[in-house]
Design a protein around this ligand. Structure first.
Ligand code: PSU
Ligand code: MN
Length: 320
């Protein structure tokens, strides 16, 4: 399936909104947005406000937003406000990664989709650019727990470009970059040579490649696609003015990890637990930074999608 262009071969399980389908059919820019960030990544009601706001940021930058989720057992691409409200409601919908999709679809469930599941659905719909806040990765202690997010596997498999602000240091960042390398995922810094650490612009860890503009990145993506390779991870640092000092956040992350350990939190519950605990312990500070970096990623992803669709219209890269 092409990373952008006409939607083909999807049946009743995949429902693309008329607006998104129209944009794809015309070759216009579309940006996929995930929904676990709404259902499990932020508290209510800020999650709902943020979901609406980033859709508007994508529009302001000339692209069509396609928020993706499981709603009543359908893979939905492009949500109406009622669906956003349902995902954001504090009474808990499910969290769907790739391995959960068939079971949740079969039982008619509603769920937020992780980066992995959202990439899979975006690719099925023909969307090639996706914005989020932070990706999942290798958890600290993974050498004994084997807790490595399916996001890292999906990035190796699925030809979608994910714009993020790095990963939170609730994760083992050096190990996360190693697994991305193993899976053949290009990690590309935007105006930086370092992998950003979500709340802060730096981690001390180098990225393999750097671009300074969306147009430069569009050329890299066209070539990645022409070579038939998988996903691209774009690391876009949080704006300077919104960044938190590592000294401010490090102790809180240690506390959250300690609490998870003490309460015996395991498996798919680990990431949501840590995100909620970090939000609680920092109060509004980390949430404001979180919203700021998502806005920044949505804006860059929209500029990127516009550049990619312009390249496609001009003929794009030739296939090998
Ligand atoms: N990291 C964040 N915010 C998030 C997530 C991760 O800073 O909302 C969510 C994303 O949806 C990501 C998922 O794909 O958590 C990873 O979950 P797991 O570690 O269980 O794969
Ligand atoms: Mn996990």
């Amino acid at each position: 399936m092409p990373a952008s262009g006409v939607i083909t071969g999807h049946g009743p399980l995949l429902q693309v909104s008329a607006e998104v389908a129209g944009a794809l059919a015309d070759g216009r820019a579309v940006v996929a947005l995930e929904s676990t960030i709404i259902s499990h990544g932020m508290p209510y009601p800020q999650n709902l406000a943020t979901a609406r706001e980033i859709e508007q940021v994508v529009r302001d930058h000339g692209a069509v937003p396609a928020t993706i989720a499981l709603v009543g057992g359908r893979l939905r691409v492009g949500l109406d406000d009622a669906a956003l409200e349902r995902l954001a409601a504090p009474d808990e919908v499910a969290k769907a990664s790739r391995r959960d999709l068939a079971a949740l679809v079969a039982t008619g469930a509603t769920a937020g989709t992780t980066v992995a599941a959202t990439m899979y659905i975006a690719a099925r719909a023909g969307i090639g650019v996706f914005a989020t806040g932070g990706i999942g990765g290798v958890h600290r202690g993974a050498s004994t727990t084997f807790d490595v997010s399916a996001d890292l596997v999906e990035l190796g498999l699925t030809p979608v470009t994910v714009v993020c602000a790095g990963a939170k240091s609730i994760l083992d960042l050096p190990a996360t970059l190693e697994v991305l390398e193993t899976n053949g995922v290009p990690v590309v810094g935007v105006g930086t040579d370092e992998f950003p650490a979500f709340f802060s612009r730096t981690s001390g860890l180098p990225v393999a490649h750097r671009v300074n503009t969306a147009a430069e990145l569009a050329a890299l993506i066209a070539t990645q696609r022409a070579l038939g390779l998988g996903g691209v991870l774009v690391a876009n640092p949080i704006p300077e003015a919104d960044a938190l000092a590592p000294a401010e956040i490090d102790g809180i992350i240690e506390q959250a990890l300690h609490d998870a350990d003490e309460q015996g939190v395991k498996g798919k519950h680990v990431t949501p637990f840590l995100l909620a605990r970090v939000n609680e312990l920092t109060g509004g500070r980390s949430l404001a930074a979180n919203v700021a970096l998502i806005r920044n990623n949505a804006a860059f992803a929209a500029d990127l999608a516009v550049a990619v669709s312009a390249g496609d219209r001009a003929g794009g890269a030739t296939r090998t």
